[in-house]
Design a protein around this ligand. Sequence first.
Ligand code: HEM
Length: 398
Amino acid sequence: MYFDFKDPQLRTDRFAYYRHFRENDPVHWTPHGYWVLFRYDDIDELLRSPDASSNFPANSDWARARGGPSSPVVRFTSKIMLLQDGAAHKRLRRVVGKVLSRRVVDQFRIRVPQIVTELLDAAGPGEVDVMSTMAMPLPVAVVCELMGVPSEMRPRFRAWTAPISQVIDRSVSPANLIEMNRLAPKFRALCLELIRDARAAPPVDTLISAMVHSLDDTGAPYTDDDIVATVGMLFIAGHETTINLIGNGLLALLRNPDALSLLRANPDIMPTAIEELSRYDPSARFAARLLTSDVKIGGTPIPAGECVFVVFDSAGRDPDRYPNPDHLDLTRTGVKSLAFSAGPHACMGKTLATVEAGTLFTELLHRYRTIELASTNPPVQEHWHLQMLASLPVRLTP
Ligand code: HEM
């Protein structure tokens, strides 16, 4: 049996599908031309390996499938930190690290509850769709405030980056290709307006301002291309995944009433609970790397040049790492979920995402005596690497 991203079992019973490979062929080669890792330790090892590259835009097959190296979308992605290695990656990671500093995140510990209050006041009691009223607007507002994107631009940011974000999908359809290359220049023009305004204003704590007013480790300024790519990436990385942490996390709690009661009685366990929820049902399912040298993973040799996928939701259910992995246990200690990746590209927004989801769950439990699912099987949105709900209808009773 070969792993296939199109296998219907990935939609109907993905954890059983992963279990099969984890138990029988954990370092798996497929005739589609790539490898897939399923065990926690193997995935952790690959993500930390100096022989694992994220620089897909430099790969000629990858670039050609997206319109070639001169296409707007490949030029955009070739500057994205998520898809760079070594020094080029570090110079961007450093400036993003400044913006996601403890001091700035502490400011959001005050700001996030204000946004949550506004959203919950507007959603009100009764039957409510959590995805459209809370899970989506909260992370969009937070990441836009973090970057310095004014509210009137946010709908365009979301509408234009959604097709562009599909550039990292495993394969790109001809219609997608045209759409993302049509939107990349429009998105660039919008960002250039913000960059121009930030250059003319004194420095503030936002990403655009920080990139405009600081120099990289070689003393050179960040270019417009660096800033456009980082803004686009941070917007996508900062909201799509957090939406799903909120949606999938709340769904898991509602399907496990004992866990929900435990959290209601002990809101102080929230950070541990969020770590466990992201192990149990991670919002990002896969990541990929290109090998720059021959490596041995779990005893299996894999040659240089091969593409290797890692399955985060299989790592989270690996019994060699987590006893009784299919049980949601909010008191589980030492989780260290790989849902936020590991190694040089480990997620930089984990604390912020935890503050957002944790604040929302705490406030929901505080306001509502009962929270019930209004649909036993909320619809799932088709997306190859995100585990996404299309809607999450609940009944909120004060
Ligand atoms: C539940 C929420 C989130 C999840 C599950 C998540 C997951 C991830 C994963 C899996 C990666 C690495 C992918 C790889 O290794 O190829 C990543 C990278 C990243 N994430 Fe997150 N993320 C979340 C929220 C956020 C937020 C809120 C921000 C910022 C506002 C953020 C900023 C970043 C950045 C900047 C990177 C790139 C790091 C690099 O390339 O060095 N993330 N995230």
